[in-house]
Design a protein around this ligand. Structure first.
Ligand SMILES: [Zn+2]
Ligand SMILES: [Zn+2]
Length: 465
């Protein structure tokens, strides 16, 4: 009975862990490595196992850093089922197809250059069609309902409160009459978030694999965060520029729109034209609206009383490229929400090109910016950036609203771990080394926890725990 740490160990993307119980092999997550060019090249490397030898995949949630290599896994021979929450099945339909589509477009573009230079042509990591084929293997589960995958391997998903359908994965395992419980936190949500429940607390585990994205810091309180956002909107009104919000299409965008509805008057939002410039985010809104039954109680009540919380009177849903380009004609009064959240692709790059050099504009970062991404360099204070070979000065006002994270902070992580009785072994995953070191020190000093950061390729024998 072994677990091997294959991805998202000392970094935050590429989540992937291989569990072996008897003759069965289960993959937990199969995520894309995201970041700069050299990081993303690693997605083309062969898997550390034979894809056809995997019996099933359990997927924690839809974000690509957890799901994004599943089409490649299927393309390379995996034929088993993928178990995940129902909402994740629907979200993956749009996210994986879109990912396949983007792969095809970027290779097409690269190949045009290579053809001119007489270089050999590249293959996309996977295509939109590969993604569709992978989606045929998906099976939806509900929260808190145990499912036996194979004799001796039972999985139960619990609400992680991170994005719609996100799950903490509990695996109850039996081998040679020995029982072990492995709990994988997935990405743990931020307690008190607007739409979803708080992460479910569990009490029993022999091994906890816990994310550590924000293991080294505390988020601002929610109230302070809403106030901070409101002040930005109110002061930006006097500047007469536009506001750009690079936002993850799944989760963050819906939270922002939800809060726009809640604070519509206080934040003076009637004075703006709000654009949701992302076909994927528009589609995601539809899925979020459909799963109101897994919202937290307050959000469920608002849904019942006031209807779809993502509808705003001055919200424009721009699906077509033409509609998106028309936004560029506006030099004032537009709030533009577009992906990708770290500015590595998507329509936000076009909006940055048109607004970043203008000092009356504002850019509000509302999510984690990984090393090597364009978003990170802007947040870190770059004076100029390069877009499609063109140098753009950064004159706009840059805001980082950290409190909006969809991840638990240090206190949230410690509190979640603290609920486990008997202080199980905790392996930190999905975090950068500095954050992991600080979190490990805290867990040791406060709870005497046996804790270490997982190393890439490391294998743990659960029967020896
Ligand atoms: Zn996530
Ligand atoms: Zn993640």
């Amino acid at each position: 009975m072994k677990i091997q740490f294959l991805g998202a160990t000392e970094y935050v993307t590429g989540s992937c862990y291989l569990l072996t119980v008897g003759k069965h092999r289960i993959l937990l997550d199969c995520g894309l490595i995201q970041g700069g060019f050299f990081d993303e090249e690693k997605n083309h490397q062969v898997f550390a196992f034979e894809p056809a030898s995997i019996d099933a995949v359990v997927l924690s949630h839809a974000h690509l850093d957890h799901s994004g290599r599943l089409p490649l896994l299927v393309k390379q021979g995996f034929t088993g089922p993928v178990y995940t929450h129902h909402a994740t099945v629907e979200l993956c339909q749009i996210m994986l197809e879109d990912s396949g589509y983007l792969n095809e477009r970027s290779v097409e573009w690269e190949n045009r250059k290579r053809e001119r230079k007489g270089l050999p042509l590249l293959e996309p990591l996977y295509t939109q069609n590969d993604a569709r084929l992978a989606l045929d293997n998906f099976n939806g589960l509900e929260y808190a309902k145990a499912k036996e995958l194979f004799p001796g391997i039972t999985v139960t998903l619990f609400d992680a409160g991170h994005i719609l359908g996100s799950a903490i994965v509990q695996l109850d395992l039996v081998e040679n009459n020995e029982k072990r419980t492995l709990v994988f936190s997935g990405d743990l949500g931020h307690t008190g978030a607007p739409i979803l429940h708080n992460p479910v607390v569990l009490h029993h585990a022999d091994l906890v694999m816990m994310e550590s994205t924000y293991g080294d810091r505390l988020h601002r309180g929610w109230q302070e965060t809403w106030q901070e956002l409101g002040e930005i909107f109110l002061s930006a009104r006097n500047d007469k520029g536009n506001i750009l919000i690079p936002a993850f299409t799944v989760g963050r965008t819906q939270e922002i729109l939800y809060m726009f509805g809640q604070y519509f008057d206080e934040w003076g939002l009637a004075d703006w034209e709000i654009f949701l410039d992302s076909p994927m985010a528009i589609e995601t809104n539809r899925i979020y609206s459909k799963y109101a039954n897994i919202y937290n109680h307050k959000a469920q009540r608002r849904y019942k009383d006031c209807g779809n919380p993502f509808d705003l009177p001055n919200l424009h849903l721009t699906e077509s490229t033409e509609a998106s380009m028309n936004i560029n004609k506006l030099s004032t009064g537009a709030i533009i929400i577009a992906g990708s959240g770290m500015c590595t692709g998507g329509r936000i790059k076009h909006h940055l090109k048109h607004n970043l050099w203008r000092k009356h504009c504002h850019v509000i970062f509302v999510g984690f910016q990984a090393r090597g991404t364009l978003g990170r360099s802007i947040v870190d204070g770059a004076e100029q950036i390069n877009l499609w070979g063109e140098t753009i000065n950064v004159n706009a006002r840059i805001h980082t609203v950290g409190g909006l994270s969809a991840h638990a902070d240090q206190a949230g992580l410690c509190n979640w771990y603290q609920q486990f009785t008997k202080r199980p072994l905790v392996k930190l995953v999905h975090g950068e080394p500095d954050a992991q070191k600080i979190l490990a020190t805290k867990l040791k000093s406060d709870f005497n926890a046996p804790v270490s950061a997982a190393r890439e390729g490391e294998t743990l024998d659960l029967l020896k725990l």
